[in-house]
Design a protein. Structure first.
Length: 250
């Protein structure tokens, strides 16, 4: 059996197992929690395509902008760590501190600073969560470079800029992309949480909106939409890019 067929089969099996578990929970709750069929029927009959597209794009915007900002910061920080040993040690310690900050703390701090209806908190929260994931991957990629290659390049007069552009950055590409897959997934999940706490749109906002109305069909419909969005993004975009990056591995 080919890898692609086996992969498709495993996803199909898990899909039906999740549906069965969902239906079992619905039956156990005596209908309080809607089942898959009820949820899909509600989504088709109650939500318009424009509403689905609008709120989905808001969530994608928050996740992508937050991730992009985190990537820029992570690349800058990782390259800064190569300037000398003291900076390398300070940045490694700094990464430990940043990793210890909960998403809830980021959410509350940014809501206090920017307000509950501002579009800024979901973006910055995703930045705070994605940044340490990306930085860890980049630091690992840069430290994987053979020191003999760096010493040889310096012997031939390579500048710091040339070391970064021709050695460190290319060597870190597969690590960056692998980290990006995890970071973007985390950014998408966390942006929804931030939207649920304070936002005027997005999947997280819709989830909380229907939960507050005790409309559990609406809540589950938007939860299902988020899961489908994350799976499609991972399989159609992130996984192919990660496989492409493997050509950079030694």
């Amino acid at each position: 059996m080919g890898n692609r067929l086996r992969d498709s089969l495993s996803y199909t099996i898990n899909f039906f197992l999740i549906l069965l578990a969902w239906q079992a929970l619905s039956s156990a709750s005596r209908g309080i929690l809607p089942g898959p069929v009820e949820t899909l029927q509600w989504m088709v009959s109650k939500e318009t395509l424009s509403s689905i597209a609008y709120n989905t794009l808001i969530t994608l915007r928050n996740a992508v902008l937050g991730f992009s900002l985190a990537l820029i910061l992570a690349i800058s920080t990782a390259l800064l760590s190569r300037l000398n040993g003291i900076l390398d040690s300070v940045i490694s310690s700094f990464n430990v501190y940043v990793q210890s900050i909960s998403a809830l703390i980021w959410i509350l701090v940014f809501l206090v600073l920017f307000g509950f209806k501002s579009p800024v908190p979901p973006i910055l929260v995703t930045t705070g969560i994605a940044y340490p994931i990306l930085l860890s991957s980049l630091l690992g990629g840069i430290k994987s470079v053979d020191h003999k290659i760096v010493e040889l390049a310096e012997l031939f007069g390579a500048t710091k800029k040339q070391l970064f552009s021709h050695i460190y950055i290319p060597a870190s590409i597969p690590y960056t992309i692998a980290g990006s897959r995890a970071a973007l997934g985390a950014a998408l999940r966390i942006s929804v949480v931030a939207e649920a706490f304070g936002s005027s749109g997005g999947i997280g906002y819709k989830l909380t909106y229907y939960f507050d109305l005790y409309n559990y069909k609406g809540m589950m419909a938007w939860a299902l939409l988020l899961v489908v969005l994350m799976v499609l993004l991972d399989k159609l975009v992130l996984e192919p890019v990660e496989k492409w990056s493997e050509r950079w591995l030694p």
